[in-house]
Structures are given as C-alpha cells and as structure tokens.
Design a protein around this ligand. Structure first.
Ligand code: ADE
Length: 264
C-alpha cells in the first residue's frame, strides 16, 4: 500500500518510523511519503494561511498550496491504481472505526490531508473530488489541534491490518472490535499474584469452557463499558448459554438482534 501525508508539521509523523509500522516500511509492505505543505508555496514567507472570509476567529488554510501538493500526489500515484482515497481528518467527519480501518486496508493508495487552524478552504475539497474520493474522518467527538495525531492513529490502525505487518495474524482475530465486542480480560504467570488468583477456568485445560468464559466476559465488559455496541448486535445464531448470559445482563433477542430490556 502507498500512503501520502501532507502536513505543515512533517516531523509530527516521525513516529511512523518506529515499531511495527516502521518495520512494515523497511520491509516494503508500506510505501509511506510525508510531504511538507510549505514546500508547495511560492511566496518568500511560505504562507499557508489567511484570514477567513465573513470574519471570525482564527485562520484558514489557503487553497493553492493544497492544490499543488495534492496534484503532486496524484502524479506520483501507483501505475494503474484507481482513484485514491483522500482522508481529511476533522472533528466534522464520519467516525473512524475498526470497520473503516478494514475498508481502508483494502485500498492501494491513501492520502491524508492534515489541516491546522480553523480548517482548509472548502473549495479544495470540491476541486479534489475530480482526482480523489474525499472522506472527512473523525477520531472521536473531541477537538485536536490538527490532523497529524489523527493520522498517526489511522495509519497504525490500517497499517497493522496489511498482510505481513502483524507477525501472528491470529492476534487480529481476537481483539476488541474485531467481532463487534470488547476484548476479554487476559492473565499471565504467576497464577497467584499479591493475593489475587487467575480465574480457575483458565487453568482447567478445558478449551470449550475457556472459550465460553471468554465470550461471556466479552459480553459483560461490553455491557458495562460500551452498551451502545450491544444494542442491535446480531445475535441470531448464538448458543443457548450466550443467550442466557445476555439475558442476565439485561438484553433480549428480538428478530435476531439484541435489544436492551427496559428497566423497571
Ligand atoms: N482534527 C481535529 N480534531 C480531530 C478529530 N477529533 N478527529 C480527526 N481529526 C481531527
């Protein structure tokens, strides 16, 4: 996969040289290019922002440096590749989820446009639609100072799904959000630590019981921490033991979907 990132703070993306993503780059699994937006300016001060039309606080990013930078990316795109996705990190975008990470991991080429200040002149996105599939994406309902931190998160979430990046692909299967639930709790040696014991079932060697315990822990955790994930969860084919666990947690199955029982 090729990834291009355009930012006025290219150094912010330096952590992408480290750890699994850094290794994926070294191994040629991920072809990542970071571009300094200011290198696409033509004035002496390398200006990238100006005051907003209509007034108001803050500055807006000028359109021309963005058009120049994104045109350079389009020209460098892999031969024969289809229209690349342009991800614009923004608190006003669609929510970034594991499902979106899986979707983006199927692409050949992703481009990230890191805005700063009050944002990028809207006409850039109208123009960019000719060359890119433009997708404003938000990490969550809070405001960062710019898109760089969001790009670090998204490149890591997408990059680790590329074939060969994570050594043991099984670890991608049993993790939070891979099946719409949160992950079960995990334990390691010693089995007794500061007066606390590992749940006995995990020492039993009974793989069926262990799998059931883990699944039930997933339900419990998800009900406690993220009940929104359970609402509407596809429960059509769940074993009877799972259904009764969910019933105890306050959920019924209606037309194959989980529905929270009204309290009282
Ligand atoms: N830029 C600023 N805030 C952001 C957010 N919540 N998600 C993605 N990009 C952002």
């Amino acid at each position: 996969m090729r990834i291009d990132v355009v930012s006025i703070f290219p150094d912010y993306l330096a952590p992408l040289d480290l750890s699994l993503i850094g290794k994926a780059r070294q191994d040629g699994l991920l072809d990542l290019h970071v571009h300094d937006l200011r290198s696409f300016t033509t004035d002496r001060h390398r200006t990238v922002d100006d005051t907003p039309y209509g007034g108001g606080a803050g500055m807006v990013m000028k359109p021309e440096p963005w058009a120049q930078a994104l045109s350079a990316v389009v020209e460098a795109r892999p031969e024969g590749a289809r229209k690349p996705v342009l991800i614009v990190p923004s608190p006003a975008g669609e929510r970034f989820t594991q499902a979106l990470a899986y979707e983006l991991a199927e692409e050949e080429h992703l481009t990230f446009a890191c805005g700063r200040y009050e944002g990028i002149d809207e006409r850039v996105f109208e123009w960019a639609q000719e060359h890119f599939e433009v997708r404003p994406v938000s990490l969550g309902d809070y405001v960062l100072n710019g898109g760089e931190v969001a790009v670090l998160a998204m490149v890591e979430a997408v990059g680790r799904l590329l074939p060969g990046v994570v050594g043991n692909p099984e670890s991608l299967v049993e993790e939070s959000h891979s099946d719409g639930l949160l992950e079960y709790p995990v334990y390691t040696k010693p089995s007794q630590w500061r007066g606390r014991e590992v749940p006995a079932v995990l020492l039993s060697g009974n793989h069926g019981k262990i799998a059931q315990w883990r699944r039930h822990e997933q339900y419990r955790r998800t009900a406690e921490r993220r009940p929104d994930l359970l609402e509407g969860f596809d429960a059509g084919n769940l074993p009877r033991a799972d259904r009764s666990e969910l019933h105890v947690l306050g959920y019924d199955i209606v037309a194959g979907r989980l529905v929270r029982r009204p309290i009282g």
